[in-house]
Design a protein around this ligand. Structure first.
Ligand code: FAD
Length: 447
């Protein structure tokens, strides 16, 4: 037993400090293995201590002790991130937030929660009070409120409300990584330094999410003979502002063949659109679908919403999960296509890569603009081949958010990186928070 371990135990109690190797290995991982590139890089990284604080005071004590001893600290919610965001590159302490799981306050239009609260629990409580979250990731049953802010981007609801940067996070309470940690209240523009910054600029202890009046959502799948008709239908529906929708996900065949639990409602060779739409607009949706010869193969009424099968389990990055279960040689990309030429962009990609690239769109609206956002499935050959594919996509105007890197700026958020680095130097002057995740800082350290 070393002195540092004894100090952690005196702060948190023996049951809340984990040094057992199998547990440390398990909790030091997220879903980085979606990427064969990251798998090779991150497999052997393990925290020395996992700690489970139950309140903000305990977080402050842990941070203060870590700064005094120059020990790195990484923070973990549910560990469902895809880019190795929670993986402790230099060992040290991994803070597990799951004991900090209170819903502090629900008001009309917002909810204040602790960081370890599961988004599924928040959504359930909100719906009991005729409200709902504006956006949540497809992993909402497991994912935490803090992990979504710091590691996610958008998801169910983004077709109407945009992503995390579009006003869906109203306020954060943040603790700095200093010998005497400060408590900050973050609102407005400064939010950019914390959203999707992998917990490198501070530890979030409270989040205020935007909420809205709940809607009776009907889930359905519409099946089409051509990819083009499935996409034009999706675009028209996305633009139809009189129909409320929470999700529009378009999948090229053979992606639907990977969705094992849905096989009884999947037609061979058909491209599908998975929808969450307001129940009272369903007739309008069916009319629009029939204009493009689309047929509804399953409809799940709002009375079964979030009970039993959830079609959101086949959207966003869940799509990749089903593909990996069916064929482990698959991997994925993330990209924003252009609304005025996405059909042309797809054609060029398909001409070059054929069955090495399968289209999967999750349509979203950001800053009022409709975006054909993709998480396409791609066949993995080598790292070089993958990056050649990325270069080709970028050469035809597709913005790629590279999911095969754990470096913040390489994942497509380079526009914010200078501001994040500046904020980190203020809040974490010794560079101890989740080290190794910002490339420009790594370069400075290497000299
Ligand atoms: P974690 O993975 O535990 O952490 C994510 C990041 O946040 C880490 O860098 C961590 O250090 C940091 N962090 C955690 N808590 C705090 C805190 N309190 N303070 C500061 N930093 C903190 N993402 C989407 O955006 N949309 C999707 O639809 C989506 N679908 C997915 C589907 C699948 C099948 C999978 C595997 C992943 C998907 N993801 C998606 C990624 C991920 O599930 C979400 O971003 C999720 O919200 C992360 O939450 P978490 O609690 O698991 O965070």
């Amino acid at each position: 037993m070393n002195d540092f371990y004894e100090k952690l135990i005196s702060l948190l109690g023996e049951g809340n400090v984990i040094v057992d190797l199998p547990m440390r290995k398990q909790l030091s991982k997220d879903f980085y293995w979606y990427s064969p590139v990251l798998t090779d890089m991150l497999e052997d990284k393990i925290a020395d201590y996992i700690v489970k604080p139950s309140n903000e005071e305990e977080i402050k004590s842990i941070l203060s002790l870590a700064v005094q001893n120059k020990i790195p600290v990484t923070i973990r919610g549910a560990g469902t991130g895809n880019y190795g965001q929670i993986i402790p590159m230099n060992g040290g302490i991994l803070i597990d937030t799951t004991r900090m799981n209170k819903i502090i306050q629900i008001n009309e239009g917002c909810v204040r929660v602790e960081p370890g609260t599961k988004l599924g629990v928040i959504e359930k409580r909100l719906r009991e009070q005729d409200q709902e979250l504006c956006i949540y990731p497809s992993t909402f049953i497991k994912a935490t409120a803090g992990g979504f802010v710091s590691g996610g981007s958008g998801g169910i609801g983004s077709i109407t409300w945009g992503n995390l940067w579009d006003g869906n996070v109203l306020e954060l309470r943040v603790i700095t990584m200093e010998e005497t940690p400060r408590t900050l209240t973050i609102r407005g523009e400064d939010m950019m330094n914390y959203i999707h910054s992998y917990g490198t600029t501070g530890i979030i202890t409270e989040i205020v999410y935007r909420t809205t009046k709940s809607v009776e959502w009907l889930q359905c799948i519409v099946s089409f003979s051509t990819l083009e008709s499935s996409l034009i239908f999706s675009e028209k529906l996305a633009k139809e502002l009189t129909i409320k929708k929470r999700s529009i996900s378009t999948c090229e065949w053979p992606i639907p063949s990977y969705f094992q639990p849905l096989q009884s409602v999947i037609e061979p060779e058909k491209h599908i659109v998975i929808l969450e739409v307001e129940e009272c607009s369903f007739e309008l949706v069916k009319e629009l679908a029939s204009d493009y010869h689309g047929t509804v193969t399953i409809e799940i009424p709002s009375s079964k919403y979030h009970k039993g099968i959830r079609l959101s389990d086949f959207t966003w990055n869940h799509t990749t999960l089903w593909a990996l279960k069916a064929n482990e040689k698959m991997t994925y990309l993330q990209g924003s296509f252009s609304l005025d030429k996405y059909l042309e962009q797809i054609k060029l990609i398909k001409e070059k890569y054929k069955d090495e690239f399968y289209n999967h769109f999750d349509w979203m609206r950001s800053k009022g603009e409709l975006i054909p956002q993709q998480i396409p499935l791609v066949r993995y050959k080598t790292k070089e081949h993958l990056y050649e594919m990325i270069s080709f996509c970028e050469s035809i105007g597709v913005k790629i958010f590279d999911p095969h890197t754990s470096l913040l700026e390489e994942g497509g958020w380079e526009a914010y990186i200078d501001s994040v680095v500046q904020k980190k130097s203020e809040n974490d002057p010794h560079g101890l928070l989740n080290p190794g995740k910002i490339g420009v800082i790594n370069d400075l350290v290497k000299g």
